[in-house]
Design a protein around this ligand. Structure first.
Ligand code: ATP
Length: 262
C-alpha cells in the first residue's frame, strides 16, 4: 500500500534527515517504525503525507508510492481525500473547540464524505470522548486529547493511518488503551497503519512488522515475531536479555562499534 524507495530528505537545503530510507507497508498490516531520538521517524511520516514543505523540508532523491502511484509531489489535502490520515506528534487538536467540533472540523477536509456514522464509530472506540463531547478540548486530560487526535484521524475511514508516537507522555494504562484501539482500527476497519513509537514493547504488542532506524536509514527490519527473539533487539530495544539495561544512546554507540569492527 505504501512504498518508500531510497529517499533522501533535507530541511532548509542543509540538514539531511533521511539518507536513502526504504520501507514498505503492506495493505492491512500494522508496521512499526522504531529508533532513537532524531533517527528520522517523524520525518519519514511527513515525507509520506506531504507535510515536509511546511517545515522547509524536501525529498531530494527517491520516491514514495501510495497504492502503486508516486505521491512525492501530491499535496497533503489530496492525500487526505485519497484515504491517508496522519496523527502528528503532540496531539495538535483545536484547544478552543469542543470535542464534537474537533470531529466536525475533520470532516471539512473530506468534501463532506463523512457524518454521524463516523462520529458514532469514534465514540464507540473511545467512550470517554462521547461523555465529554461538549467539553472544550483544551481542558481534556493528556490521554483524552490523544484519544481525540486519534479519533479525529478516523473520520472518513482512511485506508492508511500514519501515527506519530501515540503513547508520548501518557500513563502506561492510557497508552495501552490507545494501542488497543489501534489494533481494533486495523482488525475491524482493515486500516493499514504505520506507527512511529519510542516504546518498542508497546509497538511490538500490536505490530506485524518493524523497521528500526538510526541516522536517517533502516538498521534492522523484520517480522515482529522474529525481532522479539533477536538478541540485539531484546537487549537494546526491549531492555531485556542483557546484564545491564541500556539506553538508546548506548544502542547508537554499540551499532557504530559493530560497524567499525565489521
Ligand atoms: P524523535 O523521536 O525525537 O521525535 P525522530 O526519529 O522522529 O525523533 P525527526 O524528528 O524526524 O526524528 O528528526 C530527524 C532529524 O531531522 C534530526 O536531526 C532533527 O534535528 C532534524 N529535523 C527534524 N525536523 C526538522 C525541521 N523542521 N527543521 C530542521 N531540522 C529538522
Amino acid at each position: 500500500m505504501l512504498a518508500v524507495n531510497s529517499i533522501q530528505v533535507y530541511y532548509h537545503d542543509v540538514v539531511q534527515a533521511l539518507r536513502g530510507l526504504s520501507l514498505e507497508v503492506p495493505k492491512g498490516k500494522i508496521v512499526a517504525l522504531l529508533g532513537s531520538n532524531g533517527a528520522g521517524k517523524s520525518t519519514a511520516l511527513k515525507a509520506i503525507s506531504g507535510l515536509l514543505p511546511l517545515e522547509y523540508g524536501a525529498i531530494t532523491e527517491g520516491d514514495v508510492k501510495f497504492e502503486g502511484a508516486s505521491i512525492t509531489t501530491v499535496s497533503p489535502h489530496t492525500l487526505v481525500r485519497r484515504g491517508m490520515s496522519h496523527v502528528r506528534e503532540g496531539r495538535r487538536i483545536f484547544a478552543d473547540l469542543t470535542v464534537e467540533e474537533n470531529l466536525i472540523a475533520a470532516t471539512h477536509a473530506l468534501d463532506g464524505r463523512s457524518g454521524k456514522a463516523d462520529y458514532d464509530m469514534v465514540f464507540s472506540m473511545f467512550p470517554r470522548l462521547q461523555e465529554r463531547q461538549r467539553q472544550v478540548a483544551g481542558y481534556l486530560s493528556g490521554g483524552e486529547q490523544q484519544m481525540l487526535a486519534v479519533g479525529r484521524a478516523l473520520i472518513g475511514k482512511p485506508s492508511v493511518i500514519l501515527m506519530d508516537e501515540p503513547s508520548l507522555g501518557l500513563a502506561p494504562l492510557v497508552a495501552q488503551e490507545i494501542f488497543q484501539v489501534v489494533k481494533r482500527i486495523n482488525e475491524e476497519q482493515g486500516a493499514t497503519i504505520l506507527l512511529v513509537e519510542q516504546n518498542a514493547a508497546l509497538a511490538f504488542s500490536v505490530a506485524d512488522f518493524a523497521y528500526i532506524m538510526e541516522s536517517g536509514r533502516v538498521m534492522t527490519e523484520g517480522e515482529v515475531a522474529k525481532l522479539r527473539n533477536d538478541k540485539d533487539v531484546r537487549e537494546f530495544y526491549l531492555g531485556m536479555g542483557g546484564d545491564t539495561r541500556k539506553s538508546f544512546r548506548d544502542v547508537k554507540h554499540y551499532k557504530r562499534r559493530k560497524r567499525w569492527l565489521s
